[in-house]
Design a protein around this ligand. Structure first.
Ligand SMILES: Cc1cc2nc3c(=O)[nH]c(=O)nc-3n(C[C@H](O)[C@H](O)[C@H](O)COP(=O)(O)OP(=O)(O)OC[C@H]3O[C@@H](n4cnc5c(N)ncnc54)[C@H](O)[C@@H]3O)c2cc1C
Length: 398
């Protein structure tokens, strides 16, 4: 019986483990490190988050990306230099080895309630019992593909998550659906990989962040657009600095804010890179197979039905967190979790209605807001959850 089992070794799981490790807590953490970043994002991507918001969290000032870059003479700026994915992955590799050396690279294949806590099964056949479980399972299980496309065969339809490169489509016609950073990243990568790519969006224009402007720095701007780890402006500032307050808002208001705040937008440095054909203001109605090609069916801004043929369609249509998508959660455990739109209702300590079961990351966004969709959220969650777990386990012993 251990005190805490952490499932998932992305920014959230590793950060929590770093804080628990520093507190001398009894825990184990499972998962291959940083798979979402290492294996599933476009190879030449730049991070959308600024340098100062691209840290894994540990109770040590030397653990930041800034400190890591300074020590290695790697180009870095809090705001003006975008962080390349390759640099971030190298940094996270170092972080894991330094702060979470006990990581066990096993997949958790089952979690169920036991008499004293939880029982977990690993992919090597081992089982263990834990008083507390933390689900830090991130985004991979929640890839969202519009229902109207799901009839297409696998070879004609995929999600943008998982495409490190697109050379397999070189010379072929590919449609990328979506207007956010994932869509723009995928389309630009497709251009570079020699793909005949077009982007199809529901919105009339693809949006980009405004570039940081040193001339715009003023006390007035600092008041009207305060800076935060998820972007400038008062709403983002409040989401970043008052997630506990956010949790106390009425359900409907909270859900609306989580859905609507920070719509699809790409990093400022991507502006001008997208040269692919764009079908803007197209609402997707469905798709059909025509021989060895897919045909996307949509309505344009004039409400005219259009058919767009392609060899492959990539849905860059985001992620939809849903407890039912976690195949390793025992169904009776899952059914016992009080939920809101199939995401768990969480206490101030990130605990579900099942005592001892905690949740971090995008699954926590309907409780704590948009901050939970970004790694900077770990700077809020990991020290607090670590302190709570240490206290709870000490109480249980006493
Ligand atoms: C293209 C793209 C670009 C992005 N850019 C940014 C950005 O610039 N800045 C930012 O802050 N956010 C960005 N995000 C969002 C980013 O994914 C999250 O901020 C971050 O990954 C959250 O960390 P996490 O630990 O919750 O999730 P993840 O990084 O997804 O980590 C979860 C881990 O859990 C593992 N896991 C899942 N189930 C199990 C299991 N049963 N057993 C063991 N391990 C398991 C997974 O393999 C994964 O490694 C981006 C997302 C995408 C798709």
């Amino acid at each position: 019986m251990i005190d805490t089992a952490i499932i998932g070794a992305g920014p959230d799981g590793l950060s929590l483990a770093a804080h628990l490790g520093a507190a001398g807590a009894d825990f184990r953490i499972f998962g291959r490190p940083m798979t979402s970043w290492r294996e599933n994002m476009p190879k030449g991507m730049m991070l959308k988050s600024d340098g100062f918001a691209s840290n894994l969290s540990a109770p040590d000032a030397q653990s930041t990306l800034k400190a890591w870059c300074a020590e290695r003479n790697v180009e870095y700026d809090d705001e003006y230099i975008p962080v390349p994915l390759s640099v971030f992955v190298e940094y996270s590799d170092w972080f894991q080895k330094r702060y979470v050396p006990t990581l066990e690279e096993h997949q958790v294949i089952s979690v169920a309630k036991s008499a004293r806590g939880f029982i977990l099964w690993l992919d090597n056949g081992e089982s263990l019992e834990a008083a507390n479980v933390v689900l830090a399972v991130g985004i991979p299980w929640f890839q969202n593909i519009p229902a109207s496309l799901r009839a297409l065969p696998r070879e004609m339809l995929s999600h943008s998550f998982g495409h490190r490169e697109l050379t397999q489509f070189s010379g072929k016609r590919v449609l990328v659906l979506g207007a956010g950073a994932s869509a723009v990243n995928a389309a630009v990568m497709a251009q570079q990989d020699g793909v005949d790519v077009a982007v199809v969006t529901r919105v009339p224009e693809i949006q980009f962040h405004s570039p940081p402007d040193p001339d715009a720095v003023s006390w007035l701007r600092a008041i009207t657009h305060p800076s935060s780890g998820i972007g400038p402006g008062w709403r983002s500032f409040l989401c970043t600095n008052a997630p506990r307050l956010f949790r106390r808002m009425p359900d409907a208001l909270r859900l609306r804010a989580t859905k609507r705040h920070l719509g699809p937008e790409s990093g400022w440095y991507m502006r001008g890179k997208l040269t692919a054909q764009q079908y803007l203001e197209h609402t997707i109605e469905g798709a059909r197979v025509d021989g060895d090609r897919a045909v996307l069916i949509a309505r344009d801004a004039q409400d005219t039905r259009v058919e767009i043929p392609a060899d492959h369609i990539i849905a860059a249509t985001g992620f939809k967190p849903d407890l039912r998508s976690l195949p390793f959660l025992d169904s009776s455990l899952r059914d016992a979790i009080a939920h809101l739109e199939h995401t768990p209702r969480l206490s101030d300590n990130f605990e579900t209605s099942v005592p001892g079961l905690h949740v971090l990351g995008v699954l926590a966004a309907n409780s704590f807001g948009p901050l939970m969709r970004f790694m900077v959220g770990a700077e809020y969650t990991s020290p607090r959850l670590a302190a709570h777990l240490v206290k709870a386990c000490a109480r249980a012993v006493a």
